[in-house]
Write a protein that binds this ligand. Structure first.
Ligand code: MOS
Length: 750
């Protein structure tokens, strides 16, 4: 089969590397310990830093016992607002949409519990830890504002990263009041903390005006620019290495204050400095998913057709920054309705600032929307799946645009069939298992946008028949290094084991952002184009060379595979890359590529991945313990580069859905504002026993518009749909609608 030619529709045929269920190429390195994470770096002369955390949520630090800390053996320096160097940029300024206001010891104000208030640097981690304890801070304390009732309300100018805070189409009031069936739903979601397995960590070392940092990051070139900005040096003077991340989920996309502190310390001391956050220190300075309080109203006619849909969300943010969870926007693109209103308001509370956390906006929003849809189906007396199909959006409800591709119907069908949904009794409380457990079945629809980020890559074809392909992409465990290498290999027309794929440092071309579920599409597009461009250079050499069997094939074109170029119209005429390079007297030929999407398609089409999730829960009729016994989802996300890894991403998202529905909750003390459960014993995430049967199915989807490779994303969509499906299954088991996540036993007992 021919490999790498562009079809007239602008839709590229990939080669045989893509589509293979390869296992992770970095798997062996990870399980044998050969993979180096940021905190594994130990440059000569390394000093260790630990920050002291504010024990109050609002006020001022009035004293620190710096003398006690400094006299502890091994302590080298204590950095406080009294002696810290100034930063080149205001840490309370916003230089970039992807930047937060941060704490870098520039003043003595305390804005949340857990905020760094001093940094102790020592010869050992133990000495730094003890030094930080000896600081014994005293404060002027103001009352903490925690919870929606106590914060300061305001109208946010934007939600998420620059998203629209409100939307309206049609006449909601007329549609709702004229509806045969009207429901409303109130759903609260708590603060959630990313809790990647690898904590935020940094090793920073200066040599003159050049800074080398090892720190996990999801957007290497963007971070490099941000670090450079704070220290007033050109981005080229920063080398950022992030070859492996132990999870990120959004918390490592944007740089945070503790990283700046370690760099500051390294500059002050003229020594390399390492700072690794303790688990409890990750509940504050490194972002979280902000709490929401959502209200929905849905009106339907007698046939179950939605006439009006309203989704209002109040989101908690910090006192000093403005990241607002765009939960209401989940109702813009899923179900057809002649009238839709979404609206957001915000409340400032004294916590660390929220940021994007896996499926920002959609996860919280769909958790509420899918409950409202279930209530609406119940009001109509219709099966929940039938009700969703009745209100299937053939075009994007918000914009009216056609979808680039939408295979949600196929997702419903496949997952429902695999689940056995057709046997579901309509009324709740009718199923028991052989042990007498209450059994409930619920479902939810899944959706996530398919954004793309600017990305670049370089491909170098070598005379020995191999290729080097590079982009500064980020593999936080999702398998980017594998899927991107598969695309890169197809770009250069070689088997994946004949390419060297390098990624994860700032000296490579900008791989864009590993976020928004857009990394494979964005960096992948760049890698493929770089490879194709390099191959084209070879083709130009060969087709213009009378000594080549490809001479004169310029008009018919050539095809690349297995390290050879073939005449498109005559398979018998071919030549190896090595021979072409050798005759031309070249060791290598290289080219750059950039990803991206056709702007005309971007303007004309709505682009989303879709899915459907079905949940079975079993609930003890006396104790109301809830178990998710089965979770089955089907997803359509354009071209799947690696089905093995895509399923792993999707099941990971679905398991996150179990955590969202039943476990995860960051609790802050209302009086002190301190996080009460800042560890993995108190902050629960699902373990294997909580997820006995989680299955992700893939629906083939050809999306000719989303980008040249037809790739959408799979990283975040698994959460959406799953949360509501579980809540709806709880209702189906018990007849009780919950109004707040996570679903606690006591909500069912009352
Ligand atoms: Mo994600 S929350 O875009 O890393």
């Amino acid at each position: 089969m021919p490999d790498t030619l562009q079809t007239p529709a602008g839709h590229v045929r990939l080669g045989s590397n893509s589509g293979q269920p390869m296992t992770r190429r970095d798997g062996v390195a990870k399980v044998t310990g050969a993979a180096t994470y940021a905190a594994d770096n130990r440059p000569d002369g390394l000093a260790h830093a630990v920050f002291a955390s504010a024990g109050i949520a609002r006020g001022r630090v009035v004293s620190l016992n710096v003398e006690a800390a400094k006299s502890h053996p091994g302590v080298i320096e204590v950095i406080t607002p009294d002696n810290r160097p100034a930063l080149h940029l205001d840490p309370d300024g916003k230089s970039h949409p992807f930047s937060w206001r941060i704490e870098a010891l520039q003043d003595k104000t305390v804005r949340y519990a857990g905020q760094p208030i001093a940094l102790v640097v020592a010869e050992t981690l133990e000495a730094a830890t003890e030094g930080a304890r000896l600081l014994a801070p005293e404060y002027e304390t103001e009352p903490a504002r925690i919870g929606f009732e106590n914060g300061e309300a305001y109208d946010p100018p934007a939600v998420g990263i620059g998203g629209n805070p409100s939307f309206s189409k049609g006449n909601f009031d007329a549609g709702f009041s004229g509806s045969e069936h009207r429901i409303d739903a109130s759903v609260d979601t708590p603060a959630q903390y990313h809790n990647a397995m690898e904590p935020h960590a940094i090793v920073a070392e200066w040599s003159g005006d050049h800074l080398v940092i090892d720190t996990p990051n999801q957007a290497i070139q963007m971070a490099r620019g941000a670090f450079a900005g704070y220290f007033g040096i050109p981005p080229e003077n920063v080398t950022l290495r992030s070859p492996f991340l132990g999870g990120g989920f959004g918390s490592k996309a944007i740089i945070v204050g503790p990283q700046i502190l370690a760099i500051l310390a390294a500059r002050m001391l003229g020594r390399p400095v390492k700072l690794v956050l303790r688990r409890d220190q990750m509940f504050g300075p490194v972002q979280h998913r902000g709490a929401t309080s959502q209200k929905l109203r849905i009106g339907t006619d007698g046939n179950g057709l939605i006439k009006a849909l309203e989704h209002e969300a109040t989101a908690a943010t910090s006192s000093f920054d403005d990241f607002i969870e765009g939960a209401g926007n989940a109702s813009l693109n899923m179900y057809a309705s002649p009238a839709i209103i979404t609206r957001h308001s915000a409340v400032r509370v004294d916590t660390g600032t929220p940021g994007p956390m896996r499926a920002p906006g959609e996860a919280s929003g769909s958790a509420a929307l899918e409950i409202a849809m279930d209530k609406a189906a119940e009001a109509v007396g219709m099966d929940p799946l039938e009700f969703r199909l009745r209100n299937y959006a053939e075009t994007d409800p918000a914009s009216g645009k056609s979808f680039s591709a939408k295979s949600l119907r196929e997702c419903y069908e496949l997952a429902a069939q695999k689940f056995g949904w057709s046997d579901r009794p309509l009324a709740p409380g009718e199923m028991r298992d052989e042990n007498g457990m209450l059994v409930g079945w619920g479902m939810g629809s899944a959706l996530f946008p398919a954004p793309m980020f600017a990305a670049q890559a370089r491909a170098t074809l070598r005379r020995d028949g191999t290729a080097l392909v590079e982009t500064s992409g980020a593999d936080m465990g999702q398998g980017a290094w594998t899927a991107l290498a598969q695309i890169a290999a197809d770009g250069v027309g070689l088997p994946v084991d004949r390419i060297e794929f390098l990624s994860g440092t700032s000296d490579q071309p900008d791989g864009g952002i590993a976020g928004g579920s857009g990394h494979t599409a964005s960096a992948g597009g760049a890698l493929f184009e770089a490879g194709s461009n390099a191959v084209q250079k070879l083709a130009d050499l060969a087709t213009a060379d009378p000594d080549s069997p490809l001479f004169g094939a310029g008009n018919t074109g050539v095809e690349a595979r297995e390290g050879r170029l073939f005449r498109a119209d005559d398979e018998s005429r071919s030549e190896s890359y090595a021979d072409i390079l050798e005759r031309a007297g070249l060791e290598t030929v290289d080219a750059m590529g950039s990803g991206g999407r056709d702007p005309a398609n971007a303007e004309a089409r709505a682009m989303f991945s879709h899915g459907a999730v079905f949940a079975e829960v079993k609930i003890d009729p006396d104790l109301f313990q809830i178990r998710v016994s089965r979770l089955i989802g089907a997803f359509a996300a354009g071209r799947i580069i690696n089905p093995h890894l895509a399923k792993s991403q999707l099941t990971g998202g679905m398991i996150w859905g179990i955590g969202f529905a039943l476990h995860e909750e960051g609790i802050h003390d209302l009086r002190s504002g301190r996080p009460l459960n800042a560890d993995l014993a108190g902050y629960h995430v699902p373990v294997s026993a909580d997820a006995p049967h989680v299955e992700a199915l893939l629906v083939d989807e050809d999306d000719p518009y989303v980008n040249a490779l037809g790739i959408k994303g799979v990283g975040e969509i698994g959460i959406t749909g799953s949360v509501g499906a579980i809540a709806n299954a709880v209702w189906h088991a018990t007849g009780k609608r919950i109004s707040s996540y996570p679903i606690h036993i006591d909500a069912l007992l009352s």
